[in-house]
Structures are given as structure tokens and as C-alpha cells.
Design a protein around this ligand. Structure first.
Ligand code: CA
Length: 232
């Protein structure tokens, strides 16, 4: 059974959500302020966080950003007040997966939660125990390891995530914006230049000649395309 953490200081809303989710069969934990909510989410064992934006002690945006910064990928559904358009954009940029505007129908909240949990399960299932191979490179997504021949390559976390995204999306033109969105999750202080820099580093590790790449190919005006097919 999925365990959901509700971080919301308004007692009425918190209890309404808690009761409804329990009635739907979810395990529910609650936090009444930002600091305790953040610490609970960070401790792990939570499948989804319902996160209010305006919270005492630590605002929702900071919670989301710090969770993602700590490598916590638990889905976050943000609750925002009507008219906080900028906050919604910022929320998605700091790594929230979806948002709902208050006041909302409980039915819609439940539907969004189900969709996020389903999406998360599909992601987890797809990346389970899979090995991708091209040329003499093997990407083992279960062990998060990349081998070239018998040698284990030393990749940074972002290089690995970027390579994994390429191998999971072969032969597709991938724009820099899409890579930023999918790999960097709208992290602050990254630009499309960051993508190019990381592609450069990856090429040095997986290509025979990084100036004449055969796996990660530049598509001018678009971005990159990963082509795992052998060419003679
Ligand atoms: Ca609030």
C-alpha cells in the first residue's frame, strides 16, 4: 500500500485530505510545518508528498528544491492558492511533479495522486534490471554502472542520468530543452549550455573520438540524437 505524506498547516484542509486518502486505502502521515515535513520526506519510505506552498518554518518551494537537491525523487503534488501562477511555475521548476489550485475537489486530488503513483511505478519498472548495450559500452541501470569493455567508467551522477536518458530514448531528436526538463528537472542555475558541457564530457568517456562522435550525434538547431546502431 502506498504511503502518502501530507505537509499542510491548515488543519481543516489537512484533516479533509487525510480522511479521504485513508478512505481510499492509503497509509497517511501528516506534518504541520515545513521543517518537520521536510525531515519526514527526506527520511524515506514515502511514496508521494502532498505539499502546501505557504507553510510555517520552511516554505513549500524550499522543501521541494532541497528534497531534489538531496537526491530524493519521491513524487510531489503541490497545493497552491488561486492566482499564484508564478509559484506554480517555480514549483515545477524546483521539481514538483504536478499541482492543484485551492480550492479543489477531493475527487481530483485522488485522481492526480493515482496518476502520479502510476507514473512512478512505470518509471521504476522500466528501469529495473535493464542493461543497454552499444558498441563496447554497457549501461547497467540496476547497478547504475557503465562499463566500456571490462573497464568501469567513472561518471558523475548527472553524466550517468543523461546517458541513461539517451539510451532509453534512442534514435530520437532530443532538444536541449527536453534534456534539461527530463534530466535536470528544471534545477536552478542550469542552462542549455550545461547540456552541451555534459554531452562533451560523456563523449570523452564513451566515444573513440569525441570530435567525431558516433553515438551521441549533434543535430544542429535541434539538439542531440543517440544512435546505438553499429555502422561500418
Ligand atoms: Ca498553508
Amino acid at each position: 500500500m502506498s504511503r502518502i505524506l501530507i505537509i499542510e498547516d491548515e488543519v481543516g484542509i489537512r484533516m479533509t485530505i487525510e480522511d479521504r486518502l485513508k478512505a481510499e486505502g492509503y497509509e497517511v502521515e501528516v506534518a504541520e510545518d515545513g521543517v518537520s515535513g521536510y525531515e519526514r520526506a527526506r527520511a524515506g519510505g514515502i511514496d508521494l508528498v502532498v505539499l502546501d506552498l505557504m507553510l510555517p518554518k520552511k516554505p513549500g518551494l524550499d522543501i521541494c528544491r532541497d528534497l531534489r537537491g538531496a537526491g530524493i525523487v519521491t513524487p510531489v503534488l503541490m497545493l497552491t492558492a488561486k492566482g499564484q501562477v508564478m509559484d506554480r511555475v517555480k514549483g515545477l521548476r524546483t521539481g514538483a511533479d504536478d499541482y492543484l489550485v485551492k480550492p479543489f475537489q477531493m475527487l481530483e486530488l485522488v485522481a492526480r495522486i493515482e496518476a502520479l503513483l502510476r507514473r512512478d511505478r512505470i518509471k521504476g519498472g522500466a528501469s529495473e534490471a535493464k542493461v543497454y548495450a552499444f558498441g563496447d559500452v554497457r549501461v547497467d541501470s540496476k547497478q547504475a554502472a557503465v562499463l566500456r569493455g571490462d573497464e568501469k567508467l567513472q561518471l558523475s551522477a548527472k553524466e550517468y542520468q543523461l546517458l541513461l536518458y539517451f539510451v532509453q530514448n534512442p534514435q530520437q531528436a532530443l532538444s536541449r530543452d527536453r534534456l534539461l526538463r527530463e534530466v535536470w528537472k528544471y534545477q536552478a542555475e542550469v542552462s542549455t549550455r550545461t547540456v552541451d558541457v555534459h554531452v562533451g564530457w560523456l563523449r570523452q568517456k564513451i566515444e573513440d573520438d569525441s570530435r567525431k562522435p558516433r553515438w551521441i550525434i549533434t543535430r544542429h538547431g535541434i539538439g542531440y540524437i543517440f544512435d546505438p546502431q553499429e555502422r561500418s
